[in-house]
Design a protein around this ligand. Structure first.
Ligand SMILES: Nc1nc2c(c(=O)[nH]1)N[C@H]1C(S)=C(S)[C@@H](COP(=O)(O)OP(=O)(O)OC[C@H]3O[C@@H](n4cnc5c(=O)[nH]c(N)nc54)[C@H](O)[C@@H]3O)O[C@H]1N2
Ligand SMILES: Nc1nc2c(c(=O)[nH]1)N[C@H]1C(S)=C(S)[C@@H](COP(=O)(O)OP(=O)(O)OC[C@H]3O[C@@H](n4cnc5c(=O)[nH]c(N)nc54)[C@H](O)[C@@H]3O)O[C@H]1N2
Ligand code: SF4
Ligand SMILES: [Mo]
Length: 739
């Protein structure tokens, strides 16, 4: 046995911790995976999921070849057959019924695969369907919208500079478990403790006293879905006490004065009943925030996937701007990725809004997508605008999207489904063909997306560890092959188009490179192939790059740096980062403020009597897809209904007993777990469980940890209106003892 040591980053969550692996390449075996002590970001830290990509690779139930369903049975087919049949079926449907008869759903793991990310835009534009859905509308889409409207780029996110902050307010995020989201921060616990050791304070505002709240200095319960009221009152209080102090942001921000009148009705007293946060506590919070030397407000998924997701996500930035904490050390700052993909020159063209509408209900498109919550109704529609085919790409909407059962039923009516996935799970089992991609051990990777969400600038390359089986393809190659065939081209033609397109765009946007021609750049990067060549071009043209001459970063250099490269702390980037037409921040965009009357109406109605369901994450889960791995599936049941003892007693529930949970769209029973860590009136269930569908091939998940799917209770009618994001937190439910 000859072992080798390989350094890489962990591809499983945003933190992208540094790993050191011992492997036997010949036997294609991983011997060990440990934290890399020399990685400057994670300093040896890893969580339990650091082994996930290895266990996935080793899972005997993972698909390694394409399969086709014949009379209800899965049969292996060749790669060529799978690709050509898929392309043929899709092309036939497009030619007969039009391009919008093909729907597509993109899942979260694509965000962890560099090559898929950069080829995706081309794939989407060639498919050109108006029925494009993604996990983004069950996730960060309100933040995309508010960042696009304020900064001119939906993928430019302000990231808390927690390593230099002394007052961190965390709303609707649980970084101790999620490991940080839109805040890629390996070993968040040490970072938060570091903040406290510097004399700083951590405050958590959440309907559950979370694992993050447990290490925080203060926790405030807030009623689900009411953060926009709380933040409006924060803004109100800033004006009322004369503490609006945007500092240098004032020079390039429009609309600040409008916020005074917009927030006028929302005094701390006026919102106390609906939020559950007493006025005195809110005032104290504002006071402490303004007295700290480097405070920052942060909001994450609990603020996005709720009834006022866009308002709440926008208001987080409003508070940071009004207090001068945007783009300031220790505040909410912008990363500077080595690939320059968040620079104004690389900003996607205005992302678009309402260029087309869903067919069933006329709901506006955003970022080229329709809300995932509308998937089922779009697929159910009969007649002229009927959906005939579905493509899923690394996604499991049956468990991850509201009213998943309805999606599953609607899928059964379609003429053709192809799933690009490596499991036969709750979604893909309804497909006609499943084409698996290579796994993270079988292709190289670069932390692309997360270099724009990191708390400290970095670049890291992860090498391919094992050669894939003959014929096996990376996800981007599968997408290219299918699209090329659908359009009578070859995959290599498409790759050449991508290369020319990227170089042309770079040259058009970078005057400093104007002495170079497309051919010069091709010649200088000829040593790399495919996506790696594109990466080399982006790195070299980027802010730390060699500009194709002299000193500076290149891919070849990065490959020699096993622990990645530290590109320094976040630095101020405004106003040059702004990609709005007038290069200024619009702090009161119409698309957002138009939603304030809906907020006002909810305040007038007041809190209802229903119990409200929220989600929660566990360190050993990753959405729905690690449950077939014995090491993560075993142990105590995690799919329990968390309920406050007061509520349990009133309803007649006992710890470890069973409760029935009913919502507008569904009902099921779940094991009760009583705890005063959850706010009275609120219950919590994790999502991603419910491995109870027949015909899947996930024997560990179905036997060890089937659970129930929270999304069978989540109402697909309820959306954050501006962004079309699903409301998975704050779902009205009725709880009764199980019979
Ligand atoms: N109720 C509720 N619902 C939620 C959430 C919540 O908090 N509460 N959270 C939402 C969020 S934030 C997200 S991101 C979504 C996630 O929603 P999805 O992305 O739809 O769901 P996942 O469970 O992540 O499913 C990932 C799929 O990708 C496959 N896969 C994994 N890696 C690869 C790969 O390398 N190649 C290929 N081809 N396939 C792969 C897996 O087998 C699985 O089928 O769920 C959302 N849904
Ligand atoms: N272990 C693990 N890590 C993960 C994932 C996973 O499934 N498991 N998923 C990954 C993905 S795809 C994502 S997007 C990130 C998400 O990362 P986070 O946003 O940190 O995710 P959660 O842990 O779901 O935290 C959301 C918090 O919002 C709270 N909340 C719910 N409703 C409200 C509300 O109305 N107001 C307020 N203030 N709070 C509310 C919940 O109680 C919860 O504590 O995590 C990533 N990391
Ligand atoms: S925190 Fe995330 S990136 Fe780090 S080891 Fe765990 S799963 Fe991997
Ligand atoms: Mo997510």
């Amino acid at each position: 046995m000859s072992t080798e040591t390989i350094h890489r980053s962990c591809p499983t969550c945003e933190a992208s911790c540094g790993l050191v692996m011992e492997v036997d390449r010949e036997a294609r075996q991983v011997i060990s995976i440990k934290g890399d002590p020399d990685n400057h970001r994670s300093r040896g830290y890893v969580c339990a999921k650091s082994q996930a990509f290895r266990y996935i690779y080793e899972d005997p139930e993972r698909l390694t070849r394409p399969v086709r369903k014949v009379n209800g049975q899965w049969q292996e087919i060749s790669w060529e057959e799978a690709l050509s049949e898929t392309a043929q079926r899709l092309a036939d449907i497009r030619d007969q019924y039009g391009k919008d008869a093909i729907a597509m759903y993109y899942g979260n793991p694509n965000g962890h695969n560099f090559s898929t990310q950069i080829y995706t835009q081309m794939f989407i534009s060639l498919l050109d369907t108006e029925r494009f859905f993604s996990a983004g509308s069950v996730d960060q889409q309100p933040k995309n919208l508010s960042c696009e409207l304020m900064y001119g780029n939906g993928w430019v996110f302000p990231i808390p500079d927690i390593d230099h902050s002394d007052f961190f307010v965390c709303m609707g995020g649980n970084p101790m478990v999620s490991q940080g989201s839109l805040m890629s921060a390996p070993d968040i616990e040490s970072r938060l403790k570091g903040l406290q050791q510097r004399g700083g304070k951590v405050v958590v505002i959440d309907p559950r006293r979370t694992e993050t709240a447990d290490i925080a200095d203060q926790h405030l319960f807030v009623r689900p879905g009411t953060d926009a009221f709380l933040l409006m009152a924060f803004v109100n209080e800033l004006f009322a006490t004369g503490r609006v102090a945007p500092g240098r942001l004032q020079d390039f921000t429009d609309g600040i004065e409008t916020l005074e009148s917009l927030s006028a009705p929302y005094t701390p007293e006026a919102v106390a009943a609906i939020t559950g946060v007493p006025a005195a506590q809110l005032r104290q919070l504002v006071n402490e925030f303004c007295s700290a030397s480097a405070p920052v407000l942060y909001g994450r998924i609990g603020l996005c996937t709720q009834q006022f997701g866009t308002l709440a996500s926008w208001l987080v930035d409003v508070v940071n701007i009004l207090t001068g904490r945007l783009d300031a050390r220790g505040g909410a700052m912008f990363a500077r990725p080595a690939t320059a993909h968040n620079d104004p020159a690389s900003a996607p063209p205005a992302l678009g809004y309402n260029r087309w509408q869903s067919r069933a209900r006329g709901f506006p498109e955003y970022m080229g997508m329709l809300p995932a919550s509308l998937m089922a109704e779009e697929m159910e529609l009969q007649g002229e605008h009927q959906v005939r085919a579905l493509i899923t790409v690394a996604g499991n909407p049956v468990l991850s999207v509201p009213n998943g059962k309805r999606i599953h039923a609607a899928m059964e009516q379609l003429d053709f489904i192809v799933a690009f996935d490596f499991y036969i799970n709750e979604t893909t089992s309804a497909a006609d063909i499943i084409i698996p991609s290579t796994t993270q051990l079988e292709h190289s990777n670069y932390d692309f997306l997360f270099s724009s969400t990191c708390v400290r600038n970095f670049a890291q390359y992860s090498p391919q560890t094992f050669a894939p089986d003959p014929g096996a393809l990376d996800q981007y190659q599968i997408l290219n092959e299918v699209t090329a065939r659908m359009n009578g081209m070859s995959a290599s033609d498409l790759e050449a188009m991508m290369l020319d397109g990227l170089i042309g765009q770079l040259l058009a946007n970078a005057p400093a490179l104007s002495h170079l021609s497309v051919d010069d750049i091709k010649l200088k990067t000829a040593g790399h192939q495919g996506p790696e060549r594109l990466l080399d071009i982006m790195l070299r043209a980027g802010p730390y790059g060699d500009k194709f001459a002299g000193d500076g970063l290149t891919l070849a250099q990065l490959k020699e740096l096993p622990h990645g490269i530290d590109l320094g702390p976040l630095e101020p980037r405004l106003p040059e980062l702004l990609a709005t037409a007038n290069k200024r921040i619009n702090i009161v965009p119409d698309v957002i403020t138009r939603d304030i009357p809906r907020l006002q109406a909810a305040l007038d109605t007041g809190p209802g009597d229903d119990m409200l369901l929220i989600g929660r994450r566990h360190i050993r889960d990753m959405n729905s897809w690690l449950h077939n791995l014995n090491n993560y599936a075993r142990g105590k049941n995690r799919c329990t209904l968390l309920i406050n003892p007061q509520d349990a007693e009133r309803i007649g529930l006992v710890d470890a007993g069973m409760a029935k949970i009913t919502s507008r769209v569904g009902a099921f029973e779940a094991e009760v777990h009583t705890s005063d860590s959850i706010m009275p009136g609120v219950v919590s269930l994790p999502h991603g469980f419910g491995h109870t569908y027949r015909d899947t091939r996930q024997s560990v998940a179905t036997t060890l940890t089937p659970g129930v799917s929270a999304n069978d209770l989540v109402d697909d009618n309820e959306m954050d209106l501006p962004s079309g994001t699903s409301v998975v937190n704050g779902v009205p439910v009725t709880i009764t003892p199980a019979l």
